[in-house]
Write a new protein. Structure first.
Length: 429
């Protein structure tokens, strides 16, 4: 196991040792996988006998940490201190065998006694062959009835397969297909949480295609997913994974944009649907945040704008393009990717056009934008000797556009243009 044991786990081990609780305390779930694969420990789940609420509260006081209830029904507590956290829950029926028997997949149905952490490989409790599945790369259900008890596990199978780059074992796949209608009984918030964990992975298209084939997506969204939308999703993900190949020295800007996981998730999410309005409807169904829905609407409202500019022979440095960039702001990167994925195999000229927009945005537009504002309302009052007016906003916006277009290049020329604009706007008054 990695030498840098999670700080809270180290302290909790000492804490329960002092209270003679070590004999019935186990690490379970993903932390066992990490230990067996010699990975860094992240999500640490501990089960033990006794009153978990009281134990967790006392431990939090001892280490000056925060204690919150994650799940009151199953007595799951989370202890948080700095960048470390552990989850503590009660051993089901006070039996590690029963506890592991009720879990979803064999790779999650293993345990390591906390008192054996110094030599975990000799002490793994594994009733269902989870260690072998972990080494061979399979997601295998513990039992069909466990999928029926919590149908969210039907989606979790794809999440684990995607995040671990594993295959879902054949019998498990057949059971998922059989029980797919049960997904309708799961709260949409829980479904969305699992979908996000799938979409954030680089190879999510494999899971998405299989979920569509087994009708999981159909039962979630009450619609069929056609081959064309799945192919588009694959192209979009391939493009995202190979940004460097297309945008060279400007790739860092795309990576910075997509480093926000929610942008990546929303970009892929809208790519799932052949019609933008279907994506928006699905977003409301999943009870996404207003922020996420607003971003989806930006993508939806502007998804075909760039191809329209291309077909109308609009120049990259035109007023239309600049106004589009001002409206889109940083989301220009997402919109370029969405359009590029749509036409990457069809219109070489359009792909070149999109690249030219990014070059213009990075090398010209951004540099000019750094110099704004060229004028302020005070400049108009002082230099042009005119009174403060509701027209100021309109004048300053026009000056900004002229500067971004390269039609003016100094404060002096901006003041001259501002005078002319003001006279024009007030000539009929």
């Amino acid at each position: 196991m990695k030498a840098n044991m999670n700080y809270l786990l180290f302290r909790f081990t000492a804490f329960i040792k002092e209270r003679r609780l070590m004999d019935d305390a186990y690490i379970v779930g993903g932390a066992v996988r990490d230990i067996l694969l010699n990975n860094e420990l992240h999500d640490i789940d501990i089960v033990l006998k006794g009153d978990c609420y009281s134990i967790a509260k006392e431990f939090a006081l001892v280490v000056d940490a925060v204690c919150i209830i994650l799940d009151e029904e199953f007595s799951i507590m989370r202890i948080i201190k700095d960048n470390n956290w552990i989850d503590i829950s009660r051993l089901r029926c006070d039996s590690i065998f029963i506890d592991l028997t009720e879990r979803d997949f064999t790779i999650n149905a293993m345990a390591i006694p906390i008192n054996a952490l110094n030599n975990p490989y000799r002490s793994v409790i594994d009733f269902y062959g989870g260690w072998e599945d972990l080494l061979e790369g399979y997601v295998r259900m513990v039992a069909e009835e466990n999928l029926i008890k919590d149908p969210l596990r039907l989606i979790r199978a794809f999440r684990f397969a995607t995040s671990l780059d594993f295959a879902i074992e054949g019998r498990t796949l057949r059971s998922i297909k059989e029980f797919a209608p049960l997904i309708n009984s799961v709260a949409y918030e829980r479904i969305y949480d699992e979908l996000k964990k799938i979409l954030v992975c680089q190879n999510s298209s494999t899971a998405i295609r299989l979920m569509a084939k087994l009708k999981i997506l159909t039962h979630i969204f009450a619609m069929n997913f056609c081959d064309s939308s799945l192919i588009y999703f694959m192209k979009l993900e391939a493009l995202i994974n190979n940004i460097n190949s297309f945008f060279g020295e400007f790739s860092h800007s795309f990576h910075a944009y997509l480093s926000d996981a929610q942008r990546l998730i929303m970009l892929k999410f809208i790519g799932l649907f052949s019609k933008s309005e279907e994506a928006i409807k699905a977003a409301y169904q999943l009870k996404m945040s207003n922020k996420d829905i607003d971003l989806l609407k930006v993508y939806a409202d502007n998804k075909t704008t760039l191809i329209g500019f291309y077909k109308d022979n609009i120049k990259v440095d035109s007023e239309e393009i600049i106004n589009f960039i001002l409206k889109a702001e940083k989301d220009i990167y997402g919109l370029v990717l969405l359009d590029m994925a749509q036409y990457i195999d069809e219109l070489d000229g359009f792909i070149k056009f999109l690249k030219e927009i990014i070059v213009y945005f990075e090398t010209v537009f951004k540099e000019r934008q750094k110099k704004l504002p060229l004028l302020t309302g005070n400049d108009l009052i002082r230099e042009l000797n005119i009174r403060s007016s509701p027209l100021f906003r309109q004048i300053l916006k026009k000056i900004e556009l002229l500067f971004l277009l390269g039609m003016i290049d100094s404060k002096e020329s901006a003041l001259k243009e501002a005078r002319g604009i003001y006279n024009l706007l007030t000539s009929d008054k």
